[in-house]
Design a protein around this ligand. Structure first.
Ligand code: URA
Length: 197
């Protein structure tokens, strides 16, 4: 039932994206248990995700496994999705190759209605956003900053329900900025308690 609702939403989203971009665009849908209590929201897929048609694979998937282990959660217990469902990229002028870039505001806004519909189908208890893009898109509040909101329990009200919203730094940002490491692990401890209470 939920799986077919999610598929229907994705088909509508695919049509809309192609109408707007006027080019064939491969979307990477969310993945996991649609009855999960925990919904993880990342930023956008990269090359590996497009290749395999799933969010958080390759190196990002290895980081995710570690993250889940710290939280004592199995992959089957979560649903994972991204705000932007296609890979935002630019062409490197030196190599002529595609490289990832952060999604822009227009791209984020394009996918927000789909993301909110996805949340309402899955109806998780807790939504964990990874990084600024996910925090802003889920909450619809573009002035929020992950540096101020991380590790604190917020609430999100959509049309049918209210959800727990727990903002975390994006795991990739910890790799680039080691000074966030302690705060990130402290937030994971708080999240672990929240999830298992
Ligand atoms: N892979 C994803 O699917 N999303 C991210 O935000 C990062 C890596």
């Amino acid at each position: 039932m939920k799986a077919s609702e999610l598929k229907h939403l994705l088909d509508l989203c695919q049509q809309q994206v192609v109408d707007i971009r006027k080019q064939p665009t491969q979307l990477v849908s969310g993945f996991g248990n649609p009855d999960a209590n925990v919904l993880l929201v990342g930023e956008a897929p990269g090359a590996k995700e497009v290749e395999q048609g799933k969010p958080f694979v390759g190196q990002a998937g290895k980081n995710l496994d570690l993250f889940l282990e710290t939280l004592d959660l199995k992959r089957e217990a979560i649903y994972i999705t991204n705000v932007v469902k296609y890979r935002p990229y630019r062409i490197n002028p030196k190599t002529g190759r595609k490289c990832n870039r952060p999604p822009n505001k227009k791209e984020i806004e394009l996918f927000m209605p789909y993301l909110h519909n996805e949340i309402e189908v899955i109806e998780p208890k807790t939504i964990v956003t990874l990084g600024n893009v996910a925090l802003r898109a889920v909450s619809s509040r573009f002035h929020l900053n992950i540096g101020e909101e991380h590790g604190q329990l917020l609430t999100l009200s959509l049309t049918s329900r209210t959800y727990e919203l727990f903002p975390l730094y994006h795991p990739a940002s910890i790799i680039y900025n080691r000074s966030l490491y302690d705060a990130y692990y402290n937030d994971l401890k708080i999240l672990k308690q929240l999830i298992h209470q």
